[in-house]
Design a protein around this ligand. Structure first.
Ligand code: ZN
Length: 378
């Protein structure tokens, strides 16, 4: 069955029908099978002894669990191996007067799940929700906030980029859109290259299908990055909103300096290679951002965009992965290997064999081509 037609039929027969769920499951299934994304724990091992972080979740639905990570601070951690309602991580902050939700997730069901979790611990008014950036797995559930009258904050460019990136796919000809990617699979010169192009095709197919089965909703509280940091007082809990370069050109983080807790969005992939495909992703900018994160307190708890909640070790690993990609990239560049070929030739060292790769052509490949571009090489 054609995936897109399947999704359309499912939408016609009711948004949350079993059929719709199965249609979504099958294309996500293909995506994650292709990505070989293994189930990951909600917490990194180094947090096992951290008294701020609860080992027991307040709710666990498989696809995501929610646990306390500070006073009035909660993390929503996704496990896409068990379902695709949320896909990315998020969380919420609860003060005496009001609360704030983080992420629109990949579906309305995902955003609704997090709201239900908030209501398990507090009935305070919701001041707003925030998309850490515009990417589809963080924003396709935004309609939940619209339907519930919850203001939605995001980087000032996020709304525009949601429309440009995902609105543009709505009603587009699927065959014409995916054709060049299918051609790239067929024309791959090596087995490795073919596998990378296949993974890419599976992921882009998912982006197309989700975009076409989602009613887009846009953030209505644009954050001007030039005016940051911005403090949000929730009553005894103060969130500080900041913006840093690296992953998407629209990256916003939420810090709670009084408790050394950071909701980092996709500026942190925990236990995973960095996803660097965005036209506005910058390797040098991202590494500078990670250097800043590394300069923060040693006992900082980070909620990453994907992967387990972690401490400074998670930042150190991501920095080491960038270093390794650069080291191998430099060797290939010096040996005269062109960027496009080098992008397929990185070898995952044995010590990183358990590090997740979202999809080669979203992660390692573009990191190498962007590094080449930064060196002024082709
Ligand atoms: Zn992202």
């Amino acid at each position: 069955m054609d995936i897109l037609n399947g999704a359309r039929e499912a939408v016609n027969s009711g948004l949350f029908s079993r059929r719709s769920f199965l249609a979504k499951s099958s294309y996500f299934g293909a995506m994650y099978a292709a990505a070989k994304l293994l189930p990951m724990p909600a917490l990194a091992a180094e947090l096992a002894e951290d008294s701020r972080v609860s080992q027991t979740p307040i709710v666990d639905k498989g696809f995501a669990s929610v646990r306390k990570i500070g006073e009035g601070l909660y993390a929503t951690i996704s496990d896409p191996s068990k379902g695709f309602q949320t896909v990315c991580n998020g969380g919420f902050l609860v003060g005496k007067d009001s609360a704030m939700l983080i992420e629109g997730f990949i579906s309305v069901a995902g955003a609704a799940f997090q709201m239900d979790a908030l209501r398990m611990v507090s009935q305070v008014a919701v001041k707003g929700a925030l998309d850490t950036h515009y990417h589809f797995d963080h924003s396709m559930g935004n309609a939940f906030y619209g339907a519930n009258g919850i203001p939605l904050w995001a980087h000032a460019n996020a709304a525009k980029r949601i429309v440009e990136s995902y609105g543009a796919l709505q009603g587009a000809d699927k065959a014409a859109f995916l054709g060049p990617l299918e051609k790239a699979v067929k024309e791959a010169k090596t087995e490795t290259a073919r596998k990378h192009r296949e993974d890419y095709l599976a992921h882009v197919t998912t982006v197309f299908s989700v975009s076409n089965s989602t009613v887009l909703a846009l953030p209505n509280r644009p954050i001007d990055a030039a005016k940051l940091p911005m403090k949000v007082d929730l009553g005894g809990v103060t969130a500080v909103i900041e913006s840093y370069p690296g992953h998407s050109g629209t990256d916003i983080i939420v810090r709670v300096p009084e408790q050394n807790v950071v909701y980092a969005g996709d500026l942190l992939f925990s236990g995973m290679y960095p996803v660097c495909f965005d036209t506005q992703a910058t390797v040098s900018g991202w590494r500078q951002t990670l250097k800043t994160f590394a300069s923060w307190d040693n006992d900082t708890v980070f909620v990453p965009g994907h992967g387990p909640v972690c401490g400074q070790e998670g930042i150190a690993l991501l920095r080491a992965l960038f270093d390794d990609i650069e080291e191998q990239g430099q060797k290939m560049h010096k040996a005269g290997v062109p960027a496009a070929e080098a992008a397929d030739l990185y070898v995952v060292p044995q010590k990183y064999k358990n590090v997740g790769i979202f999809a080669w052509d979203f992660a390692i490949g573009p990191t190498i081509t962007k590094l080449y571009a930064e060196w002024g090489a082709k």
